[in-house]
Design a binder for this molecule. Structure first.
Ligand SMILES: Cc1cc2nc3c(=O)[nH]c(=O)nc-3n(C[C@H](O)[C@H](O)[C@H](O)COP(=O)(O)OP(=O)(O)OC[C@H]3O[C@@H](n4cnc5c(N)ncnc54)[C@H](O)[C@@H]3O)c2cc1C
Length: 398
């Protein structure tokens, strides 16, 4: 969202922009959400407006499946080396889908965090932008198969495509590489290896209409609808052993999730385990709504341990209820870990970071960082931060 925002703002201010995206399509973490707070809009709400702005601009060049390998030079005269993965399908693709129909190879659906499968030739998701199929070169059988090439009426497929390197001369650089979720496998006591313990970002896909349950939340182990769900706030966050900082959005995200589940499944019993709840601004309304919902319960206490039952993959959660002083041991159908945000650094060792790995705002003169690679923030703050980065980048000095 931040990179797209900065690009359209700069293009509309008359600058030529190259938008470099490592995935096959734009939209980052936002496009993978089921909905986003504060208004519970679907992600296409904000993104579609920006895609329209991109389509109507002749000043934005998009390089997908591309990463920056190297930057050298000075403000006003940077040389940027970009590596682009082989584009087996080019922009003649009309997204007719015939390639996927005949493709014999399956792969885990990466967009859905591995829940479900796609063919090796696939459309990343229903809102993909640019709207073309892509081929996963790591599993495609290439010339041993070639069925997709035979059925493509538009000559859009080249299975011999190779990686390309482009060197661009640019005046300014904005880094808006966002975040990835904290690796929950590292948290020893929260049983993430169990199929019914999922992270908050995985839950976004499990709730989504384009997700594996097609809009109905189902337990990964047996595809049953979960009736009892525990949310574990600060899973790994504000903990010197893992992430020492607060990611600022996880409490609001869990309230969004709890309210969404409660609305869709009116008999679901939801427990939110928290250290303290950090919601501000318009998201305070979510807290009030959740507190007034008889099916949502708040327990102030840190989780000691989660274990999986031997019989049916239910989870046993052990915690201390700080307000009553009691030890709790409760069984749940599903557990959601509210894991935090870890910044993506595109050029480790070259880009300046703070002690927590977030990218320092002003790098070399002429390089600005924007939004969640800089510090945790929500979508509306990211948009504002990206607009501010665009303005800073067109000032001569900053
Ligand atoms: C569980 C959860 C739920 C959330 N729900 C909400 C919500 O409901 N409402 C809300 O306002 N906020 C929410 N947020 C916060 C929201 O996700 C962020 O504010 C938003 O994603 C920030 O956008 P961004 O553009 O900074 O980063 P990202 O969305 O992470 O986008 C970064 C982009 O950079 C690309 N990229 C990364 N590295 C490279 C590289 N080396 N080269 C090229 N491209 C690269 C990525 O592929 C991606 O497209 C939530 C966060 C979490 C953890």
């Amino acid at each position: 969202m931040a990179g797209i925002t900065a690009a359209v703002e700069l293009a509309e201010a008359g600058r030529e922009v190259v938008l470099v995206e490592k995935e096959a399509c734009l939209g980052g973490n936002v496009v993978r959400m089921n909905s986003y707070f504060p208004k519970f809009c679907p992600p296409n709400c904000g993104l579609e407006i920006n895609y329209r702005r991109i389509r109507s601009s002749r000043r934005i060049r998009i390089l997908t499946q591309s990463t920056v390998e190297h930057i050298e030079g000075v403000s006003g005269d940077f040389s940027v080396k970009i590596k682009t993965a082989p584009a087996y399908i080019n922009d003649l693709c009309t997204a007719c889908g015939k390639c996927a129909e005949v493709c014999p190879v399956e792969r885990p659906n990466a967009f859905n965090y591995g829940f479900g499968k796609t063919k090796a030739a696939y459309l990343p998701h229903e809102m993909t932008f640019p709207f073309t199929y892509v081929i996963d070169g790591t599993v495609c059988l290439k010339e041993q198969c070639g069925k997709c090439v035979e059925v493509c009426d538009y000559n859009a497929i080249d299975l011999n495509a190779e990686e390309e390197t482009t060197v661009l001369n640019v005046e300014r650089i904005i880094i808006a590489t966002g975040w990835k979720t904290f690796d929950a496998k590292k948290i020893k006591n929260l049983c993430y290896a169990a199929p019914n313990v999922v992270t908050n970002v995985e839950l976004e896909r499990l709730l989504a209409v384009g997700g594996p349950g097609e809009g109905t939340l189902k337990r990964p182990s047996d595809h049953e609808i979960p009736r009892t769900i525990a949310f574990v706030q600060c899973a790994g966050s504000r903990d010197e052993n893992y992430l020492p900082y607060c990611s600022a959005v996880c409490c609001s995200a869990s309230l969004k999730h709890a309210l969404t589940i409660s609305e869709r499944c009116t008999d679901a019993q939801i427990s939110i385990y928290y250290i303290d709840l950090r919601v501000s601004g318009r998201n305070e309304d979510l807290l009030v709504k959740a507190e007034n919902n008889k099916n949502i319960r708040f327990i102030k206490g840190k989780i000691g341990r989660i274990s999986e039952s031997d019989d049916n993959h239910d989870l046993e959660v052990e915690a201390e209820d700080i307000l009553s002083g009691r030890k709790i041991k409760e069984r749940y159908d599903m557990v959601v870990l509210a894991t935090g945000m870890v910044p993506n650094n595109p050029l480790e060792g070259i880009i300046l970071t703070d002690s927590e790995g977030f990218l320092v705002e002003n790098q070399l003169e002429g390089i600005v960082t924007a939004a969640t690679c800089r510090k945790p923030m929500d979508v509306s703050e990211s948009v504002k931060d990206a607009t501010s980065a665009a303005v800073k980048s067109i000032k001569t000095n900053f």
